[in-house]
Design a binder for this molecule. Structure first.
Ligand code: ATP
Ligand code: MG
Length: 419
């Protein structure tokens, strides 16, 4: 099958020019280059994807260096892995030297040596990711499909390439579920049997790699689908017995999407995903997955605030009281609790939900009109006294007792003789 016409139609003109430049220069070096993996899959499905992965039979770093010398591209090379990134103004191209992999033991990172395109394809995860398109001039556009990936795409199946695949690299369990749910596919019958058999092999994977795969899942359009499937398959409990993938998660993730920009969603999803943990049992999870400091803070705050929500469950709290109860928590943690708390009319936590929303949308942005400099001009000296006045002004502003600059001046002057 030849896909030359599809490539020409599918890729933006500018990107196509870059690809042709690379393949032309490869030919001069006596190398063959191919489009591989996700781009081929998505091209056949007609889904947009302009993250191009190219594999070269030959030294990809040398090729990338030559391309960078004769173009505007910025080069990022990893000699040790035989990979390079070419960064252009609007696009990036990933180039890799075709490689052969062998696994010393399950879960270990593989030993890598240069190889042919076929070697490079057999080491991959699923048949649908194991297709390539030749970019060489004599067979430009030719589909290379050693594992019937195209047929599996047509039958909407996720299939591993050999029975030891999941035990070689159990992150493929998480990757497979991600593709299955993203594309609306199903695992092929034997693949799902082997997946279930190899769930314990997740224990051979480092926390960093598990976290990375979870992050990829949380970047999907509807991550709750993969989370639910992971729960059904019995994968989630192997990562942590406290992780849940039920209807609650689906409902809250959906709500999160309506509130936050896509770039902030993965962290918010993380805080919702761990909502069923306690303050005690979260620590092991954070340490094992090596969660970065900023997200760890938001996660700890989420659970700390969860246990303190009853403090907010009073109908007559003043805005300043709400502010002082909540200001010590990460905004993300407050957002997670606002989403987690029930907001149906007549439910006990509606009031809590409203207070959390009030803090997020208004109270946290309230500032006094007067600052320290202006207070000095009014004769209030710097130090604890001034801090005290500023705090009283801020509270009064939060509670709507002052609104204009003049109000604040009046209040400040009325306080100063007492100080
Ligand atoms: P997408 O980026 O849309 O999720 P992709 O196919 O581009 O899909 P990447 O994670 O960018 O996925 O990986 C590129 C290719 O590398 C994949 O298509 C797959 O063939 C291969 N690959 C990635 N991770 C693994 C793995 N753990 N085991 C085997 N092959 C892998
Ligand atoms: Mg990719």
């Amino acid at each position: 099958m030849n896909l030359a016409r599809q490539i020409e139609q599918y890729l933006p003109r500018q990107l196509l020019e870059l690809v042709k430049d690379v393949s032309g220069q490869a030919a001069e070096l006596g190398q063959r280059v191919y489009l591989v993996g996700g781009i081929v899959r998505d091209l056949l499905l007609g889904y947009p994807n302009f993250d191009l992965d190219l594999v070269a039979e030959g030294d990809a770093v040398k090729l990338a260096q030559q391309v960078a010398e004769t173009s505007q591209a910025k080069l990022l090379a990893h000699h040790r892995f035989g990979t390079a990134k070419l960064r252009y103004e609007n696009f990036t191209l990933d180039l890799a030297t075709a490689r052969k992999e062998t696994y010393a033991r399950p879960g270990a990172l593989p030993a890598v040596t240069p190889g042919t395109l076929k070697d490079d394809l057999v080491r991959r995860d699923f048949s649908i990711n194991t297709m390539a398109i030749s970019l060489a001039s004599n067979d430009y556009g030719e589909l290379i499909d050693p594992y019937q990936g195209k047929s599996d795409l047509e039958h909407r199946l996720i299939r591993i390439l050999h029975p030891g695949s999941f035990s070689d690299d159990a992150t493929r369990i998480l990757r497979g579920v991600r593709y299955e749910q993203r594309l609306g596919f199903e695992f092929e019958a034997q693949t799902v049997q082997l997946l279930k058999r190899d769930i314990p092999m997740l224990d051979t994977i480092s926390g960093d790699r598990i976290r990375h795969e979870l992050e990829l899942i949380l970047k999907e359009k509807q991550p709750e689908l993969a989370i639910k499937r992971l729960a059904e398959l019995g994968v989630l409990p192997r990562i942590s017995p406290f992780l849940k993938g039920d209807g609650w998660i689906a409902e809250k993730f959906d709500k999160a999407r309506r509130l936050k920009k896509p770039s902030q969603l993965p962290s918010l999803y993380f805080c919702l995903l761990i909502y069923s943990f306690s303050e005690e049992n979260i620590e092991q999870f954070l340490a094992h997955l090596n969660i970065p400091a900023k997200l760890s803070r938001a996660i700890r705050d989420t659970l700390r605030l969860k246990t303190r929500l009853p403090l907010l469950d009073k109908s007559s709290l003043k805005p300043s009281e709400i502010y002082y109860l909540l200001r010590e928590y990460e905004p993300l943690a407050i957002q997670a609790n606002a989403i987690a708390s029930d907001e149906k009319e007549g439910t006990p936590s509606l009031i809590v939900h409203r207070y959390l929303q009030l803090f997020l949308t208004k109270l946290r942005y309230v500032r006094t009109a007067l600052d320290g400099e202006e207070l000095k001009r009014l004769g209030i000296s710097a130090g604890p006294a001034m801090g005290h006045v500023l705090q009283i002004l801020h509270k009064a502003k939060l509670d709507g007792e002052v609104s204009t600059r003049a109000d604040e001046k009046k209040l400040a002057l009325s306080l100063s003789p007492k100080l």
